[in-house]
Each structure stands twice: as structure tokens, then as C-alpha cells.
Design a protein around this ligand. Structure first.
Ligand code: FAD
Ligand code: FES
Ligand code: FES
Length: 494
């Protein structure tokens, strides 16, 4: 197993990505494995980059080679295959959340994806990255442990399967060997009478868990025939509470039994005091959320749920693995400029960028499109949100070189060619939905996207969509009001 080296440095400046690296974009899984084997610990894989680019900006990781696997074919999608649900490692959290198979048969996993800190992170972060970062606070991991997920790892010696529990070693450390990549997450089809749920407690909606729990149980009449409980953020990895599980299995479900299981679980976990919570609070909260998660899973187990259809996810590159040559990798050397093409607000732009240049800086400093704002630089405020190929993206966490060939829409592009403001911009003015205006471009880009997907959102849906966008002065009431004024009442009636 390769050991992860974390370099401790104070963050210098989150506006820019100071360190230099060679950028590699392999065209196939086979080439990605060859590159990883070749460069070993000097390389880091990047999928969505929501962890990687933050670690690099904070100078906690300093890879010499960044291998962007985000565009590899065949590793994205959710489908039943050979009687199991197969989730490609590059599947975005938002796509997992919205997959009908997951909503019906693996509801705890859909809950966990919905609980993710921000819409922008859900749209870019992958399930593979959430597992491979090795964090005990990763939201998808408790449900994956509770469902006993199996992980497919591809490496120089072929493919091997490990259970998710074997995969988690300790904080920041997973059981990937040299040259290995996670390619898919596989879940057994749940037996009839299965229900599941996930509960997360965090400081604010847009935050990592203080504590989280997933329950998967099988209901037979009034009896709990089987049960698995997995807890996040209360130990060095996600933990099962086996004594609490044993206490539940074979018993008649009741609120008292669920409370008893919560008390047992609070003794089994091994929490610590840290910046997000205290060990004492975590133990207390586990008693309550274990009760709640069991009650919801029990109710869901009683509902008639649909079953996903059998389908094969294309794995076009699987057969071509290990042919031994690197032919289809884009290679951009550190410190030198490489040509990219972007269509920004409908205009084609050719630019030369270094591998460590960020899209936000290119937009603001090269193209003088200063509408997108620099706030935190680490994905937490949403001020830099643009649309990339039609989806919101945090431009402070996008390498410009990785966006080559994309269409970018910034707040400047919302105006019509005659200079007329977009109706949403007019609504923000009419409802006084800004004071200093710093967050406004990000708010507009997010709500424009929401209204295109959901023309008549509820207040809760607007607030959920905007949970990754921070406003420091206006408050959210007038922003929500402005968005609601643009909702289509006819769509709501349908
Ligand atoms: C503002 C913000 C809010 C966040 N909120 C949450 C939250 O609420 N809940 C939560 O759980 N997480 C949260 N995260 C963390 C992060 O977004 C998720 O863990 C996300 O799923 C990571 O996926 P990614 O594709 O971006 O990973 P990357 O950053 O690309 O990679 C993460 C790690 O996994 C490795 N890796 C990625 N894919 C593979 C693969 N297929 N094979 C081998 N190694 C791989 C990379 O080398 C790296 O070490 C948040 C992050 C930010 C910046
Ligand atoms: S500047 Fe990008 S999220 Fe804050
Ligand atoms: S209007 Fe000032 S930060 Fe939102």
C-alpha cells in the first residue's frame, strides 16, 4: 500500500495556485494506470478536483504530476449490471442523488448525496473522490458501508474487488496500491422489505458532518430481520455499531428499541474533540439520530418501492487496458504555456495558459470579465460561480487547462446583445436582493440554472440550491423573494 505524504504548510494565498506541476490528461484507463505506475507518489489523481485543488492551494499536497482522470470514458453512470448496481467512480454526487435506482432502492445513499454541502460541489465532486479522500466525514461512505458496497480497483495487475470496509484504513489513507484507480462501486440488489435512511448533523447546512449515520434494515412483518448501522465522523474511519445491530435483529420494531440501540451505539463509537464538535456532544447526538434514522428506515421498508432496470454501463476502455503505450495523453509541462480554446459568453477565445492557472483568474485578469468574484478561493462561498457547459461550476476550483473546449457563461453573458438585463437581474433590483453586490453574480448564475431545471421552485428548493452561496450583508429573504418572482406559475400547476 502506498503511504500518502501530507506536507504541512500554512496557506499562502488561495487566490492563485502557487505550485507548479505537469498536467496529464490520459485518454484511457489503461494510460491512466501506466502514468500512475510510472510516477508513483510524485503524481496525484484528480477527478472533480474539489478536494485536490483545495489541498494544493492550502499547500497540503504538492504533486509534481496531476493526472486528470475526470474525462476518462466509461467510468460515469449508474445502472444495474449482472444483478448488481454499478456506480462508475466518476459519477457526480448530483447524478447519484438523482438516479431513480438510488432513490428507490438505496435511499440512504440518495439522502447522503442531498446532504452534501453545496449544489456546486454536488455537480462536480465524484463518488470515487468522496471514497478515495479517506475522510471519516465523507457523506456517501456511511450508506456505502451499511449497504456493504464492493469496490472495483484497476491497476497494473488487473482488477480486484475489495469491500468498502477493507478499503478504509485511517484518516486520509485508503487501500489503493501503486498504480491503482477506483473504477466502480457495486451494490447488491436489496432483498424485499429493505428500507434505508441517512441523517447528518453539521454546524450549518453547507458543512462537513459533525456526526452522520446510515441505517439499512430488512422488515419482516413487525420484526427487524436484519440491520446494518454505519456512523461517520465519530472515529478514524466510518464505523459499524455491531452491538447495536445485534440488539435490533430479530426484535419487534419500536421507538424504545431504537432508543436502546442509540445508547448502545454511543458506547461503540470512538469520537474525538475537534474544530467541528466535541466527543461528548457526538456521543449524545448519536443516541438521538440512531433512533431517528431507524424510524425512517423502518417506515421506508414498509413502502412498496420500485426496482431499477437491468442495463449495461459502457466500459469501452476496459478491453484496451494494459497494452503498454502512452499515446492518447495530453501532456502539459509545468511553467510553460499551452493553447486552450474557450467559448465565453458566446465568443470564441484562444488563450495560452500554464497548467496551474485557474479559470477564475483567466476570466478576471486575462479576459477582464470581473463579474465573477474572488471570495474564499476554496469552494466555500460561491462568489466565483460561472456556468461551464451549462452547469454551475466554481471557477476558483477549475484548472483553465482542464476547461479547454468548454462553453463558459459568466454574469456578463446574462445581458442581451442590446444591453438589456435578464429578467432575473431585474428581479434582484426590484426586490433589493443585494447590498454590496459581491455575492450577486454567483447568486444569479446559480438561480438561473435552478430556474432552467425547475421553472417553479419552492422556497425550500431555492434555499437548498443556494446553500453553497454566502451573502454577508443582504440576507437571503429578499434573494429568495426575487427568485420566486421569476418562477413560472403555470409550471407549478402542471
Ligand atoms: C466547499 C466544499 C464543500 C464540501 N462539502 C462536502 C460535503 O458536504 N460532504 C462530503 O462528503 N464532502 C464534501 N466536500 C469534499 C469533496 O467535495 C468530496 O469529497 C468530493 O466527493 C470529492 O470528489 P472529487 O471528484 O472532487 O475528488 P478529487 O478532489 O478529484 O479527489 C479526491 C481524492 O481522491 C483521489 N481520487 C479521486 N478519484 C479517484 C479514483 N477514481 N481512483 C483513485 N483515486 C481517486 C484523488 O487522488 C484525491 O486524493 C466538500 C468540499 C468543498 C471544497
Ligand atoms: S471564491 Fe470560489 S467558492 Fe469562494
Ligand atoms: S450583497 Fe453583499 S455579500 Fe451578498
Amino acid at each position: 500500500m502506498s503511504e500518502e505524504v501530507i506536507h504541512e504548510h500554512p496557506m499562502t494565498n488561495s487566490h492563485v495556485l502557487v505550485q507548479e506541476f505537469d498536467y496529464l490528461e490520459p485518454g484511457s484507463l489503461e494510460e491512466a494506470i501506466l502514468l500512475l505506475s510510472k510516477y508513483g507518489d510524485r503524481a496525484q489523481v484528480m477527478a472533480g478536483g474539489t478536494n485536490m485543488l483545495v489541498w494544493m492551494k492550502m499547500e497540503q499536497k504538492s504533486p509534481e504530476y496531476v493526472i486528470n482522470i475526470g474525462k476518462l470514458p466509461g467510468l460515469e453512470g449508474v445502472a444495474f449490471r449482472d444483478g448488481r448496481l454499478d456506480i462508475g467512480a466518476l459519477t457526480k454526487i448530483r447524478a447519484v442523488r438523482n438516479a431513480p435506482e438510488i432513490q428507490t432502492d438505496y435511499t440512504a445513499l440518495a439522502d447522503a448525496c442531498a446532504a452534501f454541502g453545496s449544489t456546486q460541489i454536488q455537480l462536480v465532486g465524484t463518488i470515487g473522490g468522496n471514497l478515495c479522500n479517506g475522510s471519516p466525514a465523507s457523506d456517501t461512505v456511511p450508506p456505502l458501508v451499511a449497504f456493504d458496497a464492493q469496490l472495483a480497483l484497476a491497476g497494473p495487475d488487473g482488477e480486484r474487488m475489495v469491500s468498502v470496509e477493507e478499503f478504509l484504513v485511517r484518516p486520509g489513507k485508503v487501500a489503493l496500491q501503486k498504480g491503482e484507480l477506483l473504477t466502480s462501486v457495486q451494490l447488491q440488489r436489496p432483498q424485499p422489505g429493505t428500507g434505508s435512511a441517512f441523517v447528518k448533523v453539521s454546524r450549518v447546512a453547507a458543512d462537513l458532518a459533525k456526526v452522520s449515520v446510515a441505517a439499512v434494515l430488512v422488515r419482516e412483518g413487525d420484526l427487524i430481520a436484519d440491520c446494518r448501522l454505519a456512523f461517520g465522523s465519530v472515529g478514524s474511519t466510518v464505523l459499524r455499531a455491531r452491538e447495536a445491530e445485534a440488539m435490533l435483529i430479530g426484535k419487534t420494531s419500536s421507538s424504545e428499541l431504537a432508543l436502546e440501540a442509540g445508547r448502545a451505539a454511543s458506547e461503540e463509537i470512538t469520537p474525538i474533540d475537534d474544530v467541528r464538535s466535541t466527543a461528548w456532544y457526538r456521543r449524545e447526538v448519536v443516541k438521538a439520530i440512531t433512533h431517528d434514522v431507524l424510524q425512517v428506515a423502518w417506515e421506508r421498508a414498509g413502502e412498496q418501492r420500485g426496482r431499477g432496470t437491468e442495463e449495461t454501463r459502457k466500459q469501452g476502455d476496459k478491453e484496451t487496458r494494459r497494452q503498454g503505450e502512452i499515446r492518447n495523453t495530453r501532456y502539459a509541462t509545468r511553467g510553460t504555456e499551452h493553447e486552450i480554446q474557450l467559448t465565453v459568453n458566446g465568443v470564441q477565445r484562444r488563450l495560452k495558459v500554464k497548467p496551474n492557472e485557474l479559470l477564475l483568474n483567466v476570466l478576471r485578469e486575462r479576459l477582464e470579465l470581473t463579474g465573477s468574484k474572488y471570495g474564499c478561493g476554496i469552494g466555500e462561498c460561491g462568489a466565483c460561480t460561472v456556468q461551464l457547459d451549462g452547469q454551475p461550476a466554481l471557477s476558483c476550483l477549475v484548472l483553465a487547462i482542464a476547461a479547454d473546449g468548454s462553453e463558459v457563461l459568466t454574469v456578463e453573458g446574462l445581458q442581451g446583445s442590446d444591453g438589456e438585463l435578464d429578467p432575473l437581474q431585474e428581479a434582484f433590483i426590484e426586490h433589493n436582493a443585494f447590498q454590496c453586490g459581491y455575492c450577486t453574480p454567483g447568486m444569479l448564475m446559480m438561480t438561473k440554472n435552478l430556474l432552467s431545471e425547475n421553472p417553479s421552485p419552492t422556497e425550500d428548493e431555492i434555499r437548498d440550491h443556494l446553500k453553497g452561496n454566502r451573502c454577508r450583508c443582504t440576507g437571503y429573504t429578499s434573494i429568495v423573494r426575487a427568485v420566486m418572482s421569476c418562477a413560472d406559475p403555470q409550471a407549478a400547476e402542471k
